[in-house]
Design a protein around this ligand. Structure first.
Ligand code: SAH
Ligand code: SF4
Ligand code: F3S
Length: 481
């Protein structure tokens, strides 16, 4: 574990060790020397900035990158002043890719002016060969490019770059390796994401994630529990268990274990107060998990249950492996077992072949389930996925119209669902001083809603009972109860 490793004791003049994570600590120690020298030359610290562009999984990866950068001796800085800028990219929709090229374009003149500056690119987008080709051709000022499978090698890649003048590109197609006990630098002292599995085997027909994140692999339960115990000892009271499909956790382990069983073990950890997880695939949500949620005082009463479409026909083409009716039954079962559960979802409009009738089915699901909130997306054609080759790509005008109608419906219902809590007293974990008003703090309720109330930064990380006085659509203004 990082805290127990003394970087000064590592002999950087010997050969690097072959085994992990010792090898990466060796390279951290090595880079640290180089960064120290550069910083002395410049008479100031060197700054690094890791920009996270993707989902929670990517955000967690960014914390691992920051952990390595801190070990190497970089101070954290803003993007516009940083000596090392790393974009941790996403490629789930086309606009995610366009953003990266846009920002890279802006970096180019700065990089030309500052010889010590480094630019790194990693994450899901780098797993696409055409992207790397384009970067090699048109963005030659990038220094380091790596993918999702070898992120643990970050220190080694930096060392290679610092010791040579050449661009370092290292992308793996897949991996079955999970390297434990590397450093990580948390964004919040009191809450943390925890990977419980990597990759995805579902191959929803629109989705690029299985191609860029590889096959599903679960971490050993002991490694997860050990990590959470350490986090708790370090002040964390809320964890978010992360996986593309947490409900299939443990199926590939040598000694299989269900997600509900894992939750029960995590629940036993003293000092841990809140457990969240995402994402749940409806097809794998078991009765055992519903029971575990109903019987737990730590698992938050919030479930993100992406429906994607309300039309059974479209769901079939999406390869989601449930019908509209099965999804609605699942929601009924959840609400019966956990009456105050908050439900959120993801919805795609304009999937190939989607008719007005199909779309009305989606609206019907939204009206029946009454989501507390929903992320709505316009279908984006991802090269290499089965849906990209499907007939009946929906015309843009129709998609926009459906998207707007869906958004209105989702927002109206979400505001109504939020208002239901007005006047109640609930426990909030204070996350920060409010962005809009320095005399207020922002707390998160168990159901994931935010509340702003009068307080100062001494409350950050504390659990406070708050009366939810006024509903403002998606959040509350409250007062200490
Ligand atoms: N593993 C999660 C989702 C990860 S991607 C799950 O199965 O629910 C997050 C969301 O992005 C998906 O739920 C989906 O709604 C959306 N998404 C994925 N691919 C997309 C595409 N090609 N076009 C539009 N939205 C997409
Ligand atoms: Fe993509 Fe489906 Fe896997 Fe989620 S479950 S990451 S939507 S393939
Ligand atoms: Fe996440 Fe985007 Fe990758 S959604 S898994 S960062 S493609």
């Amino acid at each position: 574990m990082y805290n127990e490793i003394d970087l000064d004791k590592i002999d950087i003049n010997s050969e690097p060790p072959a085994e992990e994570p010792a090898r990466q600590y060796y390279f951290i120690a090595k880079c640290r020397e180089i960064v120290k020298r550069k910083s002395e030359e410049l008479g100031r610290p060197l700054y690094a900035c890791t920009v996270n562009m993707g989902c929670q999984m990517n955000a967690r990866d960014s914390e691992k990158l920051r952990g390595v950068l801190k070990g190497i001796g970089y101070a954290e800085g803003e993007e516009d002043e940083a000596d090392f800028v790393i974009y941790n990219t996403c490629t789930v929709r086309e606009n995610a890719n366009s953003r990266v090229y846009g920002r890279l374009g802006q970096l180019k003149p700065r990089k030309a002016r500052s010889p010590q500056m480094l630019v790194g690119l990693c994450g899901c987008m780098m797993q696409e060969p055409e992207v790397v080709e384009k970067l090699k051709k048109s963005y030659r000022f990038v220094d380091i490019i790596f993918g999702t499978h070898n992120i643990y090698k970050f220190a080694e890649l930096i060392a290679t770059r610092l010791e040579s003048e050449r661009i370092v590109i290292d992308i793996w197609k897949d991996t079955d390796q999970i390297v434990e006990d590397l450093p990580s630098e948390r964004k919040y002292p009191f809450k943390s994401g925890v990977n419980i599995m990597f990759g995805c085997n579902n191959f929803c027909s629109y989705c690029i994630v299985p191609y860029v994140r590889g096959r599903e692999r679960s971490r050993e339960p002991e490694a997860i529990l050990r990590e959470i115990e350490r986090l708790v000892a370090d002040g964390v009271t809320e964890v978010m268990l992360l996986g593309q499909n947490v409900n299939s956790y443990g199926k590939t382990l040598d000694v299989p274990m269900s997600f509900a069983e894992l939750l029960k073990e995590i629940e036993k950890i003293e000092g841990l107060r809140r457990i969240r997880f995402m994402t749940s695939h409806p097809k794998d949500l078991s009765d055992e998990l519903i029971e575990a949620m109903a019987g737990s005082s730590k698992i938050c009463k919030h479930l993100h249950l992406p429906v994607q479409s309300g039309s059974t026909e479209i769901l079939k083409k999406m390869n989601r492996r449930y019908t509209k009716e099965q999804y609605l039954e699942l929601v009924d079962k959840l609400r019966a077992a956990v009456p105050d559960i908050s439900l959120t979802t993801d919805i795609i409009v304009g999937f190939p072949g989607e008719t007005e009738e199909d779309f009305l089915e989606t609206l019907d699901v939204v009206r029946r389930v009454r989501y507390d909130s929903a992320f709505t997306f316009i279908y984006s054609r991802r090269t290499g996925t089965p849906a990209a080759a499907m007939e009946g790509q929906v015309e843009e005008e129709a998609v926009k119209d459906r998207f707007n109608r869906l958004l209105t419906e989702v927002q109206t219902i979400a505001a109504e669902m939020c208002a239901v809590h007005t006047g109640t007293v609930q426990e909030a974990l204070v996350e920060s001083v409010s962005d809009h008003d320095a005399s207020m703090v922002t707390g998160r309720l168990g159901n994931n809603l935010l509340v702003h109330f009068v307080g100062d930064k001494s409350l950050v990380g504390e659990y406070v009972k708050v009366r939810l006085d006024v509903c403002r659509g998606f959040y509350f203004i409250g007062s200490k109860a």
